[in-house]
Design a protein around this ligand. Structure first.
Ligand code: P6P
Length: 334
């Protein structure tokens, strides 16, 4: 078997992007943080960290001990590169300033969800970390500096803590996946140039919300369920892990369409997933892998954010399926 590149070799010899000088050390720190998080999660039950805290995050969701443990790890490890001016996390309402002594070249913003799918952690189902890197217009960034459209991201990625720990990211020149060899403590390039197949017969959605969806989504899912007996002419499979990272990774590997659409369950919320640290980074990865990512009405990466924790409807994955569902939304809008 040909020797695999380590992530260190990749970042030094193969990373292609205009921000390489900053992104190479920043991604090395992200990789280190994700290794630490993998260890913390694996030992969660052994260390008595599987419970919930008395606190809630800005979304009003009860925080788990591991939510804050992983949040703290991600900040402590990623503030040291010298390139990060400020951060933002799903777990805290306000932006997080990086101490001045760590900000010699602080030109970048790091936005992250430290433990995506955390409700799965105490039932031993895959969870992940999602991150997004933006250029900062200011050395003293404020909230306004974070509110950039997803097209402005210079890097986006995720770690998946599954049957193996993987780190997958893009800097705008394709998507590459690295698998952790825990015995060596190093990530190895195992999934170069990941591409999403344009067609699929596998959809992912939380079916319990069916009655709250808008008509185009109900129509699309109904047709998938009718399968070979309906207009699609072939049967579909369904998967729902309740960890976006696991769903998107499966789609990168074997295709699929992931949907967390607008639902009337809580009409004041524009869907469940957050734009800045879930939808935007995953949309950049999906598009860089040849897929598509939309709210049903607009490209996710084009959305001009109005808030750090704003929610957005999400439809992403195999391009031809996403475009079919966009077409249903257009018909519905006419
Ligand atoms: P539900 C996890 O909480 C998350 O933000 C995504 O990772 C996941 O796809 C979704 O919510 C699951 O939502 O309503 O099925 O629990």
């Amino acid at each position: 078997m040909t020797p695999l590149y380590t992530i260190t070799e990749f970042l030094i010899d193969h990373l292609q992007c205009e921000h390489k000088e900053a992104l190479a050390p920043m991604l090395a720190d992200v990789a280190a943080a994700c290794k630490e998080i993998a260890v913390a999660i694996e030992a969660g039950a052994l260390n008595g960290n599987m419970g919930s805290l008395d606190s809630e995050n800005v979304q009003g969701e009860v925080q788990k001990a591991l939510d804050m443990i992983t949040h703290d790890i991600f900040i402590a490890t990623n503030q040291r590169s010298g390139y990060v001016a400020a951060m933002a996390s799903e777990e805290v309402a306000e932006i997080i300033e990086v101490p001045l002594n760590y900000r010699q070249n602080g030109d970048y913003l790091l936005v992250f969800d430290p433990l995506d799918g955390s409700s799965n952690v105490n039932v031993n189902i895959s969870v992940g970390t999602i991150f997004s890197i933006l250029k900062s217009a200011s050395k003293q960034p404020t909230l306004a500096d974070f509110l950039q459209a997803g097209t402005a991201q210079v890097c986006a990625g995720y770690a998946l803590y599954g049957t193996s720990t993987m780190l997958v990211f893009t800097t705008g020149k394709g998507v590459n996946g690295f698998t952790l060899d825990a015995k060596v403590g190093e990530f190895y390039l195992t999934h170069p140039n990941m591409q999403i197949t344009p067609d699929t017969q596998e959809f992912s959605i939380n079916m319990s919300n069916y009655r709250f969806w808008q008509e185009p989504v109900q129509r699309y899912v109904d047709e998938c369920l009718l399968g070979a007996d309906g207009i699609r002419g072939e049967d579909f499979n369904m998967r729902w892990v309740a960890s976006m990272v696991a769903e998107v990774h499966r789609i990168l590997v074997r295709g699929g369409i992931f949907m967390y659409p607008l639902d009337m369950k809580q009409p004041t919320k524009a869907g469940k997933l957050r734009l800045m640290y879930e939808a935007n980074p995953m949309s950049l990865i999906v598009e860089q892998a040849g897929g598509a990512a939309s709210t049903g009405l607009q490209r996710i990466l084009d959305i001009q954010p109005s808030g750090l924790h704003q929610r957005v409807p999400v439809i992403m994955g195999s391009r031809n399926e996403v475009e079919r569902l966009i077409g249903y939304h257009k018909i519905n809008a006419d």
